[in-house]
Design a protein around this ligand. Structure first.
Ligand code: IMP
Ligand code: MG
Length: 177
């Protein structure tokens, strides 16, 4: 049986236009800074971060952090736990956390709490997607791509059971798929 492709929620064209717009805004906002440190939250951020970082016109460094996230296929959030820390020191640096998607907001809230005590010069957040119906905290998102409905999405780095990350668009996974 041929596998059905996830239905398009946000097209490749819309994603690319929005990523360019976010990169332009960040480049403007940090024009006076020596450099920014983009902290990618693995693994879902990797394609978004690659595209975003290449479009910035300001000096930038890239670092990564990994958190224990949801189960392989489940939709029930687990406790947030740091499983891989940053390589670099962020004290005195201008830091932007780059997330694929903010669902309940727990992950971003946890990260802000974990990184703030390290003394960055500034700490902001950037997320490609947000599910406003699911958010449980009033976590600030300084640079946001799109608000989406409460559905499970894949593509552009996001997965369902580690599949469909490489789709060029954001697609919706059928319930029970
Ligand atoms: P939060 O802590 O509830 O905000 O969850 C954030 C994390 O859950 C994201 O960084 C994703 O890794 C994962 N996640 C939440 N919703 C989706 C989705 O629809 N597709 C893929 N991953 C998701
Ligand atoms: Mg993530």
């Amino acid at each position: 049986m041929p596998a059905t492709q996830p239905a398009v929620l946000v097209s490749e064209e819309r994603i690319q236009a929005r990523v360019s717009e976010l990169a332009r805004r960040i480049s403007e906002d940090y024009a006076a800074a020596d450099e920014v440190v983009l902290v990618g939250v693995l693994r879902g951020c990797y394609i978004f971060l690659a595209d975003l970082s290449r479009r910035l016109t300001i000096p930038r460094r890239i670092d990564f952090i990994a958190l224990a996230s949801y189960g392989q296929t489940g939709t029930v959030p687990g406790a947030v736990r740091l499983i891989m820390d940053l390589r670099g020191d962020i004290a005195g640096k201008h830091v932007i956390i780059v997330e694929d998607i903010v669902d309940t907001g727990n992950t971003l809230q946890y990260l802000l709490g974990a990184l703030r005590p390290r003394g960055p010069a500034s700490l902001k957040t950037c997320a490609l997607l947000r599910k406003p119906d699911r958010i449980r905290t009033d976590v600030p998102i300084d640079y946001l791509g799109f608000d989406i409905p409460d559905v499970w999405v894949v593509g552009y780095g996001l997965d369902y059971g580690d599949r469909n990350r490489a789709l060029p668009y954001i697609g919706v996974v059928e319930a029970g798929a």
